[in-house]
Design a protein around this ligand. Structure first.
Ligand code: SR1
Ligand code: MG
Length: 440
């Protein structure tokens, strides 16, 4: 996007205009071709006849089905929402409307920053988004597990977060438009509830869906459930998540929501899967990214000899995400503050640019502190609750996995409980190194 915020006001869809799902039919490998044949632009992109199209299901996320469709002329990616959570099954119903929020978030992310897949067709009533097939991309988490470095990914993600968060906030949008945007995403309550429960609540209480490395971590889990300071701090963060409508979040910005590729022209990095999008605290998205890099950092000790060089790279990557975020956010603060918050009429226009800089410094310091708290929350949930991460889950034997997880939990606790002390990403990195060093 060039210059000022693209306005979605004219085309904004109200919650009352959610698609009518009366005709919804879940796709299967067999029914994908006839469905796509009904979309002329998609059929033309694939070429040939529907019977010539090869379909395979590739979804490895927790919620949906994803198909890659290849025709004689081209290929596409088809993502369809199910009326339930894929990971658990039909016993956990989930609204099809998550596809509507994902589509609307992707449109906004594309305009505000880029680095998302191109949308080729949206079929609201079928809960279906047809996107470009990102190839030869792989999920960043898989690359990190394999110790493959994508050198540009941390900076691209930092910049993406700065642009999407700043340009959807009251720093960029007039208040009325921002409130219309909030209204649109405010009904994505089912997806928010997943985060509210799975990140901020269930890991700290007995819940049938919780999973951990047992029996190795049984004592640790019991100690965490009895840890009053942790339970208070995690609820402080949950309250922030529930109430601070600062910016349109991706909502699930972990390394499994990033696709990366190396090509002759360099690397390509895309953020995918924003179905958890809603207006929340900026630090939540930044924290999700940082958390998953820290998880990989601790997992590397259980993933074969000689982890140190890659672990050092991961810590640099974490620093780069934050530094790039902060630098780009500052640039936008200085050049694109067109919203109702911190208006230039109070600062620069009055010859008080230094007051604007002071406000920026304080703003970023607060976002940094929030990000680290949320990072701790996002780390712990992947070890204590439903929905672990492959970085850790694939480590064998369990005793080795548990040792990695204990270190990750030690950092998670510090980030959540000692937020007043660990205020900067640089400090958090020092803490992470100290925890690793203590046990080696
Ligand atoms: C039941 S969904 C579990 C998790 O998968 C998604 O990636 C989100 O992180 C969610 O919390
Ligand atoms: Mg996902």
């Amino acid at each position: 996007m060039d210059g000022a915020e693209a306005s979605f006001a004219a085309g904004a869809i109200g919650a009352s205009e959610l698609p009518d799902y009366g005709s919804y039919a879940p796709l299967s490998i067999e029914t994908v071709p006839p469905r796509l044949a009904a979309y002329p632009a998609i059929a033309a992109r694939l070429g040939g006849r529907p019977q010539d199209w090869a379909v395979r299901e590739v979804g490895d996320g927790n919620l949906n089905f994803v198909y890659i469709v290849e025709g004689p002329a081209g290929s596409v990616c088809v993502k369809q929402a199910l009326p339930y959570v894929r990971l658990v099954g039909e016993s956990w119903p989930l609204p099809l409307a998550r596809s509507f929020y994902e589509y609307n978030a992707l449109v906004r992310e594309a305009a505000r920053s880029g680095h998302v897949p191109e949308i080729l067709h949206f079929d609201g009533p079928q809960g279906l988004v047809v996107m470009e097939n990102l190839s030869p991309h792989i999920i960043w988490r898989k690359a990190l597990i394999a110790r493959e470095r994508h050198e540009t990914a941390p900076a691209i993600i930092g910049r993406f977060l700065a642009e999407t968060l700043f340009r959807s906030s009251d720093l960029s949008l007039p208040a009325a438009e921002k409130k219309r945007e909030m209204a649109l995403f405010s009904t994505n309550t089912a997806l928010c509830k997943i985060t509210e429960d799975l990140v901020f609540t269930d890991p700290y209480r007995e819940h049938e869906q919780n999973r951990w490395t047992s029996p190795e971590l049984d004592d640790t889990v019991a100690a965490i459930r009895a840890d009053a300071a942790w339970k208070i701090a995690i609820q402080d963060l949950k309250f922030m998540f529930l109430t601070r409508a600062e910016a349109l979040l991706h909502g699930d910005a972990h390394s499994g929501s990033v696709m990366v590729a190396k090509g002759a022209d360099g690397e390509d990095v895309r953020l995918i899967d924003p179905e958890f999008a809603f207006y929340g605290p900026m630090g939540f998205d930044i924290g999700a990214t940082i958390a998953n890099l820290f998880l990989n950092y601790y997992a590397q000790d259980g993933r074969g000899a000689g982890p140190a060089p890659f672990q050092a790279w991961l810590l640099d990557a974490i620093a780069t995400v934050w530094e790039t975020f902060a630098a780009r956010f500052a640039e936008l603060w200085r050049t694109e503050r067109t919203g109702d918050a911190y208006p230039p009429s109070l600062y620069e226009d009055e010859g008080q640019a230094e007051a604007s800089e002071a406000a920026l410094t304080a703003f970023l310091a607060r976002v940094e502190e929030d990000s680290l708290g949320f990072a701790g929350a996002k780390m712990a949930r992947r070890i204590l609750g439903l929905a672990g991460v492959a970085d850790l889950e694939t480590i064998e034997p369990p005793a080795v996995r548990a040792a990695c997880e204990r270190r990750a939990l030690a950092l998670a606790r510090r980030l959540v409980v000692e937020r007043a002390r660990i205020k900067t990403v640089a400090q958090a990195i020092d803490e992470a190194k100290a925890i690793l060093g203590d046990v080696k």
